[in-house]
Structure formats: structure tokens, C-alpha cells
Design a protein around this ligand. Structure first.
Ligand code: SF4
Length: 542
């Protein structure tokens, strides 16, 4: 076989931006000659982890690393992990088992376990998988590039984690959890026109079931100026929507020189950023949903009317056992204030079924809550005991697995009905969406219709509802009005309003930047944009 240039790209699944040229790797004979060191990262868990993966990959790319097409073709393989449920940890130990044979064939491959599980399990990870080179907690992610260099230089395995929550003063523990917020690299975001910005790390609420305060450390806010500067930089790079993320984002508080900035103030500052179209924030703690914050959501034009406020359960007794710090009456009072101020707001929740001692009657209260409130959607989880938490230490995990499963199914079914009823109210209306990319269907089909070709696209409304519609791929990254024709439980479908030519003038929209002379593309879809492997987009636990 003669030497040739062969394009090797990233797996099409997960690439929502058709038309990108793939990266090129030189092929001589049948031997691949990698141009540079290549990395692979798998991310499990919430949006906090998606952001961390973006930042780790960007830091390594600045040192000359590129993305590999698969784990077994990489020089470094990272798993950015989650400890919120046992299932998430089991997935990582299975993946570590699979990478063992790659490491046996190529001992110089660096294998790293990053994030919450690294902080929680520490030495245990290397006991169970001695072929792991790096164990790096969420508070040490800034060290990953130098740690990889050390391992490659023959320095041997390293475990870098923060202090345990009981291992010293609050200040000392907080210092050991360093917030990881380096310069952003637009190429590494899941989409170039949407970005997460961290407002704070950690949590001090210590709900009985939750491992987050242990693995993410004490709550620590970032300065508003830093957040604002990051937002401005992202907008200058083409970002149109930011999502502020914190475990309990609405408890954000920064005091400096006698002046206190809370989330409502921060939203007002961000609302003034020119070029930014949309602001979201997750996850909210019910007790911190203050009137001034609700008023800010109502009054600031760029803030989306979407509020993720986990109730977790419908029973006061269970909420007490969970140490959530509110009654269901207080939750409903908070919910009533949101509805009174913003009647059409989309409110979403998390629920845990099968928590310690949950009776049929207690489960029924959660079911009743979901049936009566009309959450836009809910993330529903079976209780998973987490070592180190109060529930693990003090309460028996006594709801049988088959009962948990059945309650999970019943609650999902009720939520699906509620979501469908909520979505049906939008049929016949017109909503503006930010076009995010190919729909899941066309992403799986790996369609590449080119810049003018029509594909099935997906976008989100200001209320975080997903709408699918057929349109040219050049609309990706644009705000477009959609006439809604039909509703399902999880999405709506429709057509671009008033015809494409009216909604999006064609003479300003050449995305290639070549065919229309000076027309500047909003988003140059033709750039190679390797990105961290897709993860679930579950909001941080809160
Ligand atoms: S559930 Fe949320 S508020 Fe409670 S400890 Fe976990 S992160 Fe904190």
C-alpha cells in the first residue's frame, strides 16, 4: 500500500456540527505515525464534571496534546469520575478493567482517574487497579499537565487529593480544594456558543445522602469580577449562552470591602454583557430561592425562565431523615412565589426514591407532588448509599431493590405524563430557540449535509424546552423563531417561522466565510473542534 494522507476524525457519534474537516494523521505504509501525543477522556456525572473535563483537555492541548479517536489509540487515558451513585463508580471500575489490556501492551500509556471518585477512594483505586498512574481529586486538576509529564519522565504513580472534611480547620480544608478555572479554550466546549461558568465550588449543606460536601469540599465562591471577565471573554469568542453552575448556585455570596454580591446581583452584572443572549443557572437549593432572585429572573431580559430546584421528596418525615432543611410546605411556598412572579417559568426537580425507611405512604407523597405540581421534568434516582455520608453511617438501606425499581418506574411514568401535558400547551405558539446542533436522530445517522443542506436540528427555548425542526445546518448557533406543531413528553417539534429567508437573511449567513466575500460567520463551523467526549448533562446535585 503506497504512503498516503488519510483523514482520521473523531467518532461521528457526538459530533453535532457537520461539515468539519477531520484531523489528519500521516499514514506511511500501514504504520500510523502520530504527529503528537494524544489523549482520551471519558466523563461521568454532572455539568460540573463536563466543565472540569473541558478545562483539563484545554490545558493539555496548550501543551501540544491532541484528542485521540479512541481510548486504545491514546497516549494518556483519563476518566473524570462521579461518586454520587454506586452505578457511576461501577462504570469507572469496568472501564479501568477494559483499559488494563491496553496498558499491558503499551506500559507507557498514562492512565488517570480524576474527580470525585479520586477524592473519595484515593489509594483504594490503585489497590483495585494497580495499572492506574494518576489519582487526582477535583481540587488538584490544575496539576494534571505537570503530573502527566512526571509520569512520562518515569516518576511513577501519583495520588494528589485534598484534605478530608474532618482533617483540619475549615480554612485549611478549603485551601486544599483549589478552584480550577484556567483560561478557556473555545475549541473544547461541547458547543462553541454555549458555555458553563463556575460560580462556586463545594457545598456546606451536608444532606444525609450526599457525598458532594466530602468530595468537592467547603463552599467557596469565585469573585464576581472574575466571573464577569470570563463571561466577556467567552462572548468575544462567540459564546451566546452561559450557564452558571454551582452545587447550590443560589447560595452564591461574595463579600469584599463591606460589599456583598449575591446571585441576583451577579445576574444583573452579567445581563449587561453586550453580545450575550441568554443566562441560565443550576442547581438551586429551595431555601435559598429568595424574592430578589426570583425578581431578577423575572426582570432581567437575558435570564432564562428556567429554575432547577430539587425537592428530593414529598414527605416531611423523609426530608427530615434526608436532612434537607425544609418541609414540603416550605418548598410549596417557594414554588408559589416563583409561579406568582413568573407564571410560565419552567421549574424542574430531582427526586430520590427508596431512601432509608421510605414507606409506601411516603412514596405516595412524592408521587402526588409530581402529579400536582407539573414540573417540566425531573431527574429521578434510586437511593444509592454512599460511604462517608450520615445516611450510610446511621440509617439502614432497607428498601428492597425491586421496590426501588418499581417506585422509580411509577414516578418516571407520572413525570412523563406531567411533561407531556406541559409541552402540549406550547402547540400552536411561537418560541425562540438557540439552535444547538443536529438532533439526536441525525447525530446517530452521521448525516453531513454541508452548509446549505437541511438536517434535523435541535434548539432550546428560554424555558429550556427542546424543539426539533428541519433547517439548514448554517442556523446552528443562531436564535431562530419556531412555530410549534407537535409535542412529546421530552421535546416539541415545529418549523422555522415566517420562512427561512425572513428569519435568517441568507446574504449574511455564509458559514464558510469564503463564498460571500466579507460576510463574517458567527460560528466558523469548518474549524476542527475536538472536544471532550460527551457526558450526560445532568445539573450538579443541589
Ligand atoms: S444534595 Fe445538594 S445541597 Fe445537599 S449536600 Fe449534596 S450538593 Fe449540597
Amino acid at each position: 500500500m503506497p504512503p498516503s494522507l488519510t483523514p482520521l476524525g473523531f467518532p461521528r457519534a457526538g459530533n453535532r456540527f457537520p461539515g468539519r474537516p477531520a484531523l489528519v494523521t500521516v499514514v506511511a505504509g500501514s504504520t500510523l505515525i502520530p504527529m503528537t501525543k494524544r489523549l482520551w477522556i471519558e466523563t461521568v456525572g454532572c455539568q460540573m464534571n463536563v466543565l472540569d473535563s473541558e478545562l483539563v483537555v484545554a490545558a493539555l492541548r496548550r501543551q501540544g496534546w491532541e484528542m485521540a479517536p479512541a481510548a486504545d489509540a491514546a497516549d494518556a487515558v483519563f476518566y473524570n469520575t462521579c461518586s454520587v451513585r454506586q452505578h457511576a463508580e461501577d462504570k469507572i471500575y469496568s472501564a479501568l478493567g477494559r483499559i488494563r489490556s491496553v496498558k499491558a501492551k503499551r506500559p507507557d500509556v498514562v492512565v488517570g482517574v480524576l474527580g470525585c471518585m479520586a477524592q473519595k477512594d484515593q489509594e483504594l483505586i490503585r489497590k483495585r487497579a494497580p495499572w492506574v498512574d494518576l489519582v487526582v481529586g477535583p481540587g488538584q486538576l490544575h496539576q494534571v499537565p505537570s503530573l502527566v509529564d512526571d509520569v512520562l519522565a518515569g516518576g511513577g504513580p501519583r495520588i494528589e487529593v485534598s484534605l478530608d472534611r474532618k482533617a483540619g480547620s475549615r480554612d485549611a480544608i478549603a485551601r486544599s480544594f483549589e478552584s480550577y478555572d484556567p483560561d478557556r479554550d473555545p475549541a473544547m466546549r461541547p458547543t462553541p456558543f454555549q458555555a458553563f461558568i463556575r460560580t462556586q465550588t463545594g457545598c456546606d449543606k451536608f444532606c444525609a445522602f450526599c457525598v458532594v460536601p466530602h468530595v468537592r469540599g467547603p463552599e467557596q465562591a469565585r469573585a464576581p469580577d472574575t466571573i464577569l471577565a470570563e463571561a466577556r471573554k467567552l462572548v468575544a469568542e462567540g459564546c451566546r449562552e452561559i450557564t452558571l453552575i454551582g452545587q447550590t448556585v443560589n447560595s452564591y455570596k461574595w463579600t469584599d470591602g463591606g460589599r456583598t454580591t449575591r446571585l441576583a446581583d451577579l445576574l444583573a452584572l452579567l445581563d449587561g454583557v453586550d453580545g450575550l443572549d441568554r443566562i441560565k443557572f443550576v442547581t438551586n437549593y429551595p431555601r435559598d430561592m429568595t424574592d430578589d432572585l426570583i425578581a431578577a429572573v423575572r426582570d432581567l431580559p437575558k435570564v432564562c425562565h428556567y429554575l432547577h430546584v430539587p425537592a428530593q421528596h414529598g414527605s416531611d418525615d423523609v426530608l427530615t431523615r434526608m436532612k434537607r432543611g425544609y418541609t414540603i410546605g416550605e418548598y410549596m411556598e417557594m414554588y408559589g412565589r416563583i409561579r406568582a412572579a413568573i407564571p410560565h417559568a419552567a421549574v424542574t426537580s430531582d427526586f430520590i426514591v427508596g431512601f432509608c425507611g421510605e414507606t409506601d405512604a411516603e412514596f405516595q407523597t412524592t408521587l402526588d407532588l409530581v402529579k400536582t405540581v407539573g414540573f417540566k421534568n425531573s431527574f429521578i434516582f434510586k437511593y444509592s448509599p454512599r460511604p462517608g455520608t450520615k445516611a450510610f453511617d446511621r440509617l439502614p438501606d432497607d428498601v428492597p431493590e425491586d421496590v426501588k425499581k418499581e417506585r422509580n418506574r411509577v414516578l418516571l411514568e407520572a413525570q412523563e405524563e406531567a411533561s407531556l401535558a406541559g409541552n402540549r400547551r406550547f402547540v400552536g405558539t411561537q418560541e425562540q430557540v438557540l439552535v444547538e446542533g443536529l438532533s439526536t436522530r441525525d447525530e446517530k445517522r452521521a448525516v453531513d449535509p454541508g452548509p446549505d443542506g437541511v438536517a434535523q436540528l435541535t434548539g432550546r427555548t428560554m424555558c429550556d424546552r427542546i424543539i426539533v425542526f428541519d433547517a439548514p445546518t448554517r442556523l446552528i448557533g443562531r436564535l431562530v423563531d419556531i412555530d410549534i406543531l407537535a409535542a412529546g413528553a421530552w421535546s416539541l417539534s415545529g418549523v422555522v417561522a415566517d420562512g427561512l429567508a425572513d428569519a435568517v437573511p441568507l446574504d449574511t449567513l455564509d458559514y464558510s466565510g469564503a463564498a460571500s466575500g466579507d460576510a463574517a460567520p458567527l460560528y466558523d463551523i469548518s474549524l476542527p473542534q475536538p472536544k471532550p467526549q460527551a457526558a450526560t448533562s445532568e445539573p450538579p446535585r443541589g
